[in-house]
Design a protein around this ligand. Sequence first.
Ligand code: PSV
Ligand code: MN
Length: 432
Amino acid sequence: MTTKTMIDTQLIADQNAELKNALDSEYAALGEKLARAGQNIDAITEQATHFAIALPSWGLGTGGTRFARFPEAGEPRNVYEKVSDCAVVNQLGQATPAVSLHIPWDTPSDPAELRQFADERGLHFDAMNSNSFQNQKDQALSYKYGSLSHSDRAVRDQAVEHNIEVIELGRKLGSNALTVWVGDGSNFPGQQHFSRAFSRYLDSASAIYNALPDDWSMQLEHKIFEPAFYSTVIQDWGSSYLAATHIGERCKCLVDLGHHAPNVNIEMIVSRLAQFGKLGGFHFNDSKYGDDDLDSGSINPYQLFLVFNELVDIKLNQPSFAPFYMLDQSHNVTDPIESLIYSAAEVQRAYVKALLIDRNALEGYQDGNDALMAQGTLKAAYNLDVEPILQMARLRSNGAINPINAYRASGYREQCGKDRPASKNSSGSGIV
Ligand code: PSV
Ligand code: MN
């Protein structure tokens, strides 16, 4: 089956032709530099072409805060339009072949039809996200005081049932994982009995786990605060690890980069979870203060690189290690398509740089307690400009050497502005 293209392939080819000579010479220069260090640039580029990160269906519309949202014309209004926009991101950037759906925000009325629609556009469905942090229309019981850990069994049962429905839907869509993040917690000291709430969560999450198909995994996403501001039931990687260990082998921990206290050493959390087989996946984003959901690599690209340093290292020791990679961002002031193309490339960049770390030298410096040269070995890879590798990876995969330029030249958003008249309430507030 030929993939339906979203952006005129001739436009991409013309732009690429103009940029190709410069890319060839920059690629050759970088190739020589890497060869002097014993690295083969084409082998690295090949690995870059296989890099894949899923797009969040909730990241395609303009995001917002609890204060306001400033939507642009041409936003997607339904899951089909979101998948279409994902196809644009992937066609140009060639790093995002999957979509992670949030249910019920993006529940399709006909899953088979949606699956085919995505397939025709070269996309498949990654981990499914359930939502028991909001009340949905016509929902019998409220999640105001929690869901999987609620003090009332009937509320817990309702939340479990929702998760099982999400699994069922995911099966029809070809997904193989469920990500569970709950807003459960408390706003006041004394409001909630910590261990009783945690036990109730464990029971509920185990019931969901028991409904998982054999080839599925379940990802528990921890978060230090928000919407509960005093305590959360799955507050940190420790609680997540305890829960995942209690629940079962295919239950793992998902690390959202924005869900930690400022300055927490996230790369070490990554290492710890992976060492004990419990690192299941990521929600990539960046933050300055809290769960800002800013674009990956926009604030702290070195941290992103250090996370990938761990991931590349783990993969060398555990060849079957294959965590889920997803973006989870809120695009409040940019065109979401542009942010997602750019962010996926930033995560890919961190990966490529991590591949270029001289690991033998690093190990030697670590064992010899040469702190300066150990950090210098990391910096040597981090300071490399690997842009020619990213560009060549896109070119070799039929993407755009400069995807943002190609996107802007295509007029896609302007066309969507005409084809997708905004709904009336689109400027309301709301956190995605
Ligand atoms: C919560 O902050 C979170 O990171 C979870 O992954 C949610 O599913 C997502 O954001 C969207 O609200
Ligand atoms: Mn998340």
